[in-house]
Design a protein around this ligand. Structure first.
Ligand code: ACO
Length: 332
């Protein structure tokens, strides 16, 4: 049975830098509040005339293909994680496939929010291990800025989220690569962090055009305290589960790349697990929380900065809406 390994990473973030100071001109907030609670200093927002979820992903893919010395036609399958697809349907996987000129290959969309990239990586890993495919494009990409309520009413979430795309090209290998992936969910907490509309649970009489502007449309509902409490527990559990499954210890981790939810959450996990600064990668300060895109963007940047080297043990971990949480251990 073949193993899988990440052959290359790529990412793309929109050009428009949105600082905390700029947000303060749109809503009642401050750089001090945002920095203290989230660690975020700036994030990227798309220019709707230039960027879509699919074309940002195509740019990230081209970076990865170039780094790997591969061509578009080498990709046999796409697994695409996003909760902000360009259309309500179809998913963005087919749109990326079209952008890359890969008509005919399969494209699967995954909607597991912040855990989406690790779920996608896990699915791709299984396809490679069974021999079904040899080269799979795994994507995490989001455009969240277009749905944010940037008035004071939406300030508790509008300051957190940003746009961007990251990809990993997964290939068959003689030795692992991906050592293991661990996926979890607890739907009892679905409404602690969710967007209700445009969901099909809304009755027809409440779904008429004039109600499209209803404040629940695209509104992120988040119970921040509950999310924080569950996140710090589940992140740690998922990392420990991955280490145990491979008979490894936390000291063996070369680099932990957590989903960039909130710097305070990452710092809490680092402290709880007694990891050194050099063992944990954070870039939320510059990009905010990019949901499914945060891990591949961070991994791609860490690699480019020389922080991921041959034989390193890389741990990915995520927690998010659902609740869902997940981890992956990789030998580079
Ligand atoms: N600027 C200024 N004031 C604000 C802002 C803002 N952007 N947002 C909220 N406030 C105000 C609130 O209105 C409230 O005011 P009040 O006391 O007068 O009512 C006050 O600040 C405190 O609000 P809380 O929501 O209780 O703020 P809290 O201190 O809990 O911080 C936060 C909010 C940062 C989201 C926190 O709950 C947290 O860290 N939660 C973890 C969840 C998280 O990080 N989610 C990220 C995305 S989910 C994911 O990726 C898993």
């Amino acid at each position: 049975m073949p193993y899988s390994k990440i052959a290359a990473l790529g990412h793309y973030v929109p050009e428009q830098v949105v600082t905390n100071a700029y947000l303060s001109t749109l809503m009642d907030t401050s750089d001090e509040w945002i920095t203290e609670r989230t660690g975020i200093k700036e994030r990227r927002w798309i220019d709707p005339a230039k960027d879509t979820v699919a074309n940002m992903s195509a740019k990230a893919t081209r970076m990865a293909l170039e780094r790997a010395g591969l061509k578009e036609k080498d990709i046999e399958f796409i697994v695409f994680a996003t909760i902000t697809p360009d259309y309500f349907f179809p998913g963005s996987g087919v749109l990326l496939q079209r952008e890359l000129g890969l008509e005919g290959i399969g494209a699967l969309d995954i909607r597991n929010a912040c855990s989406g990239f690790i779920y996608a990586l896990s699915v791709a890993d299984q396809y490679i291990k069974t021999g079904m495919y040899k080269t799979i494009l795994v994507v995490g990409a989001e455009i969240q800025s277009t749905a944010l309520d940037v008035t004071t009413r939406g300030r508790n979430t509008a300051v957190i989220f940003g746009d961007g795309a990251g990809v990993a090209i997964l290939q068959a290998a003689d030795k692992p690569g991906i050592l293991s992936t661990h996926l979890h969910a607890d739907g009892r907490f679905a409404e602690e962090l969710y967007v209700r509309d445009p969901g099909s649970s809304r009755p027809r009489e409440e779904r008429q055009p004039e109600q499209i502007l209803d404040t629940t449309h695209y509104k992120v509902v988040m119970n921040g305290n509950q999310v924080f409490k569950h996140a710090v527990t589940r992140f740690t559990e998922a990392i420990e589960e991955a280490l145990q499954a491979n008979n490894l210890r936390k000291d063996d981790i070369s680099l932990l790349i957590p989903h960039q939810a909130n710097l305070r959450i990452s710092q809490f996990i680092q402290q709880k697990m007694e990891l050194s600064d050099s063992q944990v990668y954070n870039n939320i300060m510059r990009y905010g929380n990019t949901t499914a895109a945060s891990i591949p963007i961070a991994m791609s940047e860490a690699w480019a900065e020389g922080k991921i080297k041959e034989n390193d043990l890389i741990c990915l971990a995520a927690f998010g809406s659902g609740f869902t949480w997940a981890s992956a251990l990789l030998r580079w």
